[in-house]
Design a protein around this ligand. Structure first.
Ligand code: E4P
Length: 222
């Protein structure tokens, strides 16, 4: 199973990369907005430069999202994004217009991540259009009393049934249990906020056991 980090923060990306468990990065416009200190002076060129910096840190897929609604505009923007670095994956919303753009990119050797996916039919369309990745948003579904993990299980089953190569990125992850259930479901990737990556390593019994070992090891210091 691969772990991506779901952030645009270079500090968080560097910290996760140091752990040696990082396979890629996902960003979206909201995550980019969080790291912008001076929005009035943040240009599209600055955005592209930021994506380039991320690509220098992590040698794996880096999703950069289009910010337009029409397929022609998504295609123009996505081509610019893909030109930043070979690892850039163009993230397109799973809309009718997004599907047209995904089809175009898949026919032209540009990798795509179909985002804002909330149903198995959307995931099926993403695979048929040739998306390299599909991102079901589990946390946002849980937020409206619908099981996000059930959607992941449905997508994995459907893709297995037909041999689709589209990789499932479990997105909108809120806690370690989402990660465990994603792994049990056979999802290819989970994209995690840095806070969740840290939570994966923590256990109170590890802390307690370590405290005792350190205490007992102290007898050797004399
Ligand atoms: C990743 O690709 C998604 O954009 C992200 O996981 C959404 O997460 P959120 O629901 O916490 O905003």
């Amino acid at each position: 199973m691969k772990f991506f980090i779901d952030t645009a923060s270079l500090d968080e990306i560097n910290a996760a990369a140091e752990l040696g468990v990082l396979d890629g990065v996902t960003t979206n416009p909201s995550l980019i907005a969080k790291i912008v200190k001076d929005p009035a002076n943040f240009t599209y060129a600055d955005f592209k430069a930021h994506i380039a910096r991320i690509c220098e840190i992590v040698d794996g897929p880096v999703s950069a999202e289009v910010t337009t609604l029409k397929s022609e505009e998504m295609i123009a923007q996505g081509e610019e994004l893909a030109a930043i670095h070979k690892n850039v994956v163009v993230k397109c919303p799973l809309t009718v217009e997004g599907l047209k753009a995904i089809r175009h990119f898949s026919q032209n050797g540009i990798k795509t991540n179909a985002t804002l996916v909330f149903s198995p039919t959307q995931a099926l369309l993403a695979a048929k259009a040739g998306a390299d990745f599909v991102s079901p948003f589990v946390g946002r579904l849980d937020d409206v009393s619908t099981s996000g993990m059930e959607l992941v299980r449905q997508i994995v089953t459907i893709y297995d049934n037909y041999g689709y190569l589209t990789e499932v990125i479990v997105a909108s992850v809120r806690n370690p249990l989402h990660v465990v259930e994603s792994a049990m479901a056979g999802a290819d990737i989970a994209t995690l906020p840095y806070s969740v990556i840290k939570q994966l390593a923590n256990h109170p019994l590890t802390d307690k056991g370590l405290e005792k070992f350190m205490e007992d090891a102290a007898v050797m210091k004399g």
